[in-house]
Design a protein around this ligand. Structure first.
Ligand SMILES: NC(=O)c1ccc[n+]([C@@H]2O[C@H](COP(=O)([O-])OP(=O)(O)OC[C@H]3O[C@@H](n4cnc5c(N)ncnc54)[C@H](O)[C@@H]3O)[C@@H](O)[C@H]2O)c1
Length: 314
């Protein structure tokens, strides 16, 4: 298959920096547009790659987008204010980046340019934990973050040009722009530092996916764009599990970890659902990276990061 020219907005982020490397490995050229809002040097390791370019700029800037979008075959709009807390604290930025910039890109591209957007499966909102969410399950976002992503997805899926979205489970694993707020990443860090995990609402069911499978899924969508349609859940079936079971799994790898269920405490993240990942598997996509593999790689990374200052405040 011909190499594609891929533009990743937010390409210096947790997902973007891993996806950029994978897509280069697969033979594509990659341009990352990012404002480096976390002062992250996450793309340094790609500087030597011939097919890689970095553009410093704002993913909401129409002039920047007008110059970049037409030069690419594929656009992955990843730039976002991510998570409920960050979005509530920066509401204008959240809406303008997570929704308006994606709508702008969608308007600027031609019908032949592929648009593939990562969506959060938190769009399914809170449920009883016993419903299997398929792509047909109605969306019910319970946070501003979820709403901004649902609005962007709607603009793509209901627009007159074809676009794909991936409804990602909570991602885990190591990235050059490390995020320690994501549940698996956070549990492993807490287990290693405190040997103690306090679990609120431990029966809540969540779904997880390895960051390298997300990067592989972007490539899968690029290669199979013509035969794919609409939106796809992306999570590991084996990792449709309760928070308590996740904590127990982490504790198996970090001996001495004590788990305490806190029956009084409430988790501000009310997600509670089981997700069906059959649709993407029917397109031939195979998940390659397990939860256990992710826990082991996180432990190795934290052994390094914990020797450096500031990891706990990331
Ligand atoms: N990580 C997950 O579990 C997960 C799950 C579902 C969906 N997503 C989606 O994936 C995308 C990437 O998430 P992430 O986890 O990599 O987060 P991240 O915060 O690491 O990445 C976001 C990137 O966007 C950049 N950015 C933010 N505003 C910008 C702007 N105005 N202009 C240019 N760059 C800007 C940041 O510098 C950062 O590099 C987001 O759209 C997010 O909604 C992530």
């Amino acid at each position: 298959m011909a190499k594609e020219k891929v533009l990743i907005t937010g390409g210096a982020g947790y997902l973007g920096s891993v996806a950029a490397e994978h897509l280069l490995d697969e033979g594509h050229t990659v341009t990352c547009l990012d404002n480096l809002m976390y002062r992250q040097p996450s793309l340094l390791h790609l500087a030597h790659r011939g097919g890689f370019e970095f553009v410093y700029g704002d993913a909401r800037d129409e002039e920047v987008l007008k110059s970049l979008v037409p030069k690419h075959d594929v656009i992955l709009p990843l730039a976002a204010i991510v998570g409920e807390g960050a979005c509530n604290a920066r509401q204008f930025e959240a809406k303008s980046t997570n929704t308006d910039a994606v709508v702008l890109i969608n308007g600027l591209r031609s019908a032949s340019q592929k648009l593939i957007m990562p969506m959060t499966n938190s769009g399914y909102g809170t449920t009883t934990g016993d419903i299997l969410c398929t792509e047909e399950t109605p969306l019910n976002p319970i946070s501003l973050y979820g709403q901004t992503k649902v609005d962007a997805e709607r603009a793509i899926l209901e627009g007159d040009k074809k676009g794909l979205t991936l409804r990602l489970a909570t991602v885990f694993g190591v990235s050059p722009r490390m995020r320690t707020d994501l549940l698996v990443n956070s549990f492993v860090l807490k287990a290693m530092t405190d040997r103690y995990l306090a679990i609120f609402e431990g029966n809540f069911m969540r779904n997880y996916v390895h960051i390298r499978d997300v990067a592989r899924a972007f490539d899968h969508c690029i290669r199979n764009f013509e035969s794919m349609e609409g939106t796809y859940n992306l999570g590991l079936d084996e990792a449709n599990m309760s928070k308590l079971d996740l904590a127990k799994r982490v504790a198996q790898f970090v001996p001495g970890t004590v788990i305490r269920e806190d029956y009084e405490g409430k988790d501000p993240d009310k997600r509670n659902y089981i997700v069906s990942n059959e649709k993407i598997k029917r397109t031939g996509f195979k998940f390659e990276h397990s939860l256990d593999e992710g826990i082991i790689e996180l432990m190795k990374a934290y052994k390094i990061l914990l020797k450096l200052e500031g990891t706990r405040n990331n």
